[in-house]
Design a protein around this ligand. Structure first.
Ligand code: GLU
Length: 291
């Protein structure tokens, strides 16, 4: 039988799950169960400096406590570096990426010196310093200097032409990857970046439906382009609202009081949390005070 619905929850083991993660995980899990599909767990642990070993088990424990069961073994992105190198190699072979030797400091100085630095969803765009290095110098520096790899966005988008994706909440969206500029596809310290790893893995895991927060909506522009360039299938997207506390503030990782572990230790039941998160709109206020 071919899978018609496969989704995933993809946390980074850099902290405890909080209510925002639980909301996203429940949405993905519920959609998979309703569709008779599969729900996968993937640890996005490429950021080796920030990952802590204890959070893998803590995340699994919190999900299980909430009644969320994943299919198969969780995937770890740290086991997948060779797949990312392969994808990057395919882009190198087509001259769609270039090495970037810049330090953060050099990039900031260049941006500060320019009268009107263009901004993207994540701040000022990379000003293209290393795109213009002549080939002989690039070759020489490649052998001796640490470097990231950036996409040549203008070239890649021109090659791809117009691209679209279907978003369950927002409808048919035309991808505009150019708003991100020449994003990093492989970091100096890690042979990938979030954008490359997520695109390669969603395809490798056969994910048909990506359920994630609206904060990642802009990233989808880049993912859609990478899918095209790497010849990967295009999943459907479900970018959901970000849940907020009663005062309308977004929940963030630093809100430790709203971690699932803290709520459990305070005596809150998993059923009550799941019910509050499944309410429409989610009812975070009802979670203040113990059972
Ligand atoms: N690892 C990302 C996060 O924890 C989620 C990535 C995704 O769902 O595409 O925010």
């Amino acid at each position: 039988m071919t899978e018609t619905f496969v989704t995933r929850f993809a946390p980074s083991p850099t902290g405890l799950l909080h209510l925002g993660h639980a909301y996203s995980a429940l949405r993905a899990f519920d959609l998979a169960r309703e569709a008779g599909g599969r729900f996968l767990l993937r640890f996005e642990d490429i950021d080796t400096g920030r990952v802590r070993a204890e959070y893998y088990a803590a995340i699994e424990r919190d999900l299980a406590w909430l009644g969320i069961a994943w299919d198969g073994e969780p995937l770890r992105q740290s086991d997948r570096f060779s797949a990312y190198r392969g994808a990057l190699g395919a882009l190198m072979a087509r001259d769609l990426v270039y090495p970037c030797f810049c330090t953060r400091k050099e990039i900031s100085a260049e941006i500060a010196a320019s009268a009107s630095a263009p901004h993207g969803p994540d701040g000022p765009l990379y000003p293209g310093i290393c795109r213009l290095i002549d080939p002989a110098e690039r070759e020489r520096r490649l052998g001796t200097e640490p470097h990231a790899w950036r996409i040549d966005m203008a070239r890649a988008s021109a090659l791809a032409g117009p691209l679209f994706w279907e978003d369950a909440e927002a409808g048919r969206i035309e991808a505009a990857p150019g708003i991100h500029g020449d994003v990093v596809l492989a970091r100096k310290d890690v042979p990938t970046s979030y954008h490359l790893a997520v695109t390669v893995d969603d395809a490798a895991q056969g994910v048909t439906d990506i359920v994630r927060g609206a904060d990642l909506f802009p990233a989808t522009h880049v993912h859609r382009l990478l899918q095209h360039l790497l010849g990967l299938p295009v999943p459907r997207y479900h970018h959901h609202r970000l849940i907020a506390d009663e005062a309308g503030r977004r929940l963030a990782k630093r809100d430790d009081a709203l971690s699932l572990a803290a709520l459990r230790e305070a005596g809150m039941s998993a059923d009550r949390i799941a019910a509050a998160l499944r309410a429409d709109p989610p009812d975070i206020g009802s979670l203040r005070g113990a059972d």
